[in-house]
Ligand binder design. Structure first.
Ligand SMILES: Nc1ncnc2c1ncn2[C@@H]1O[C@H](COP(=O)(O)OP(=O)(O)OP(=O)(O)O)[C@@H](O)[C@H]1O
Ligand SMILES: Nc1ccn([C@H]2C[C@H](O)[C@@H](COP(=O)(O)O)O2)c(=O)n1
Length: 249
């Protein structure tokens, strides 16, 4: 007779497998002056994520082309410059930096000259192909290394990372956007200052919207309208959207 005992049925409880965090990609688009850059930086800081400012890449290219003496409407030369662009983008949301060929151009790319001329390079489709390729690589690397990334611009939700964890269109009325940019540039939103700001908001959005959808939300993209929110309220509205999405698998 065998002395071996019959194995008891397993008494293990049916504990669910532990959930692993997945790298989070928050994609934010919006028109000029909607507050997407400042809100994205604040959200990334709060969440401990990296920050990718894709507009800074188009601005850096415009700066590089002007520094080389290229005409921004010379499509082939500007596209070649995009492929050659020696760009390093710092992704710390509390101190994002933009370096081209060893020169820190973080401030130089924010001048009125670059703001008013950058659409000429951003509407060059060969430029977009090259910069979108670089943006996808950078976003994936930052998300993997930091657990999450907030990336913002005009075509993140539709072209660059349409499969992002969270897809938002941060917008505001034209009146609110003009007032914000006017206050930022001139310290006031009086009629003369707002009029002087129109090119940077209205004309630029018209030009940029010829190649990207950021005036209306694409299917699956959530609109965050900040027209009646203060800055802290805008940050909280975006955080609420991010926190509503499961980030484990
Ligand atoms: N409720 C608000 N939400 C967000 N930003 C606000 C708000 N009120 C004022 N601002 C200010 O609006 C200005 C414009 O914001 P920001 O530069 O982030 O816009 P943007 O959408 O990134 O513009 P652009 O695409 O032209 O760079 C900033 O000075 C910001 O502090
Ligand atoms: N994903 C992007 C980001 C930016 N642009 C264009 C739009 C602007 O004219 C320019 C600079 O952007 P900003 O720094 O003002 O946000 O680049 C784009 O076409 N696509």
């Amino acid at each position: 007779m065998s002395t071996e005992s019959t194995p008891e049925p397993s008494t293990e409880s049916s504990t669910p497998p532990s959930l692993e965090p997945v790298p989070v990609v928050v994609a934010i688009d919006g028109p000029s002056g909607s507050g997407k850059s400042s809100v994205s930086k604040a959200v990334a800081t709060r969440l401990g994520y990296g920050y990718v400012d894709t507009g800074a890449m188009y601005r850096a290219l415009a700066w590089y082309c002007l520094d080389l003496g290229l005409g921004l409407t010379d499509q082939a030369a500007v596209a070649q410059a995009a492929r050659d662009l020696p760009l390093e983008l710092g992704t710390d949301p509390s101190a994002p930096t933009v370096v081209v060929g060893g020169t820190d151009v973080s401030a130089a790319i924010r001048t009125t000259e670059i703001s008013s001329r950058v659409s000429a390079v951003a509407t060059n489709l060969d430029v977009r192909a090259e910069l979108v390729r670089r943006q996808r690589e950078l976003i994936a690397a930052v998300a993997a290394s930091q657990g999450g990334v907030v990336a913002e611009g005009r075509d993140l939700t539709t072209v660059v990372v349409p499969d992002a964890t969270v897809r938002l269109l941060v917008t505001a009325s034209e009146e609110a956007r003009l007032a914000r940019r006017s206050t930022e540039l001139h310290g006031t939103a009086d009629a003369a200052s707002v009029a002087a700001t129109r090119d940077q908001i209205v004309r630029r959005d018209k030009d940029d919207s010829a190649v990207s959808q950021f005036l209306t939300a694409a299917p699956g993209v959530t609109v965050v309208d900040t027209s009646d929110l203060d800055f802290a309220g805008s940050v909280q509205a975006v955080l609420d959207e991010v926190n509503a999405v499961p980030t484990t698998r």
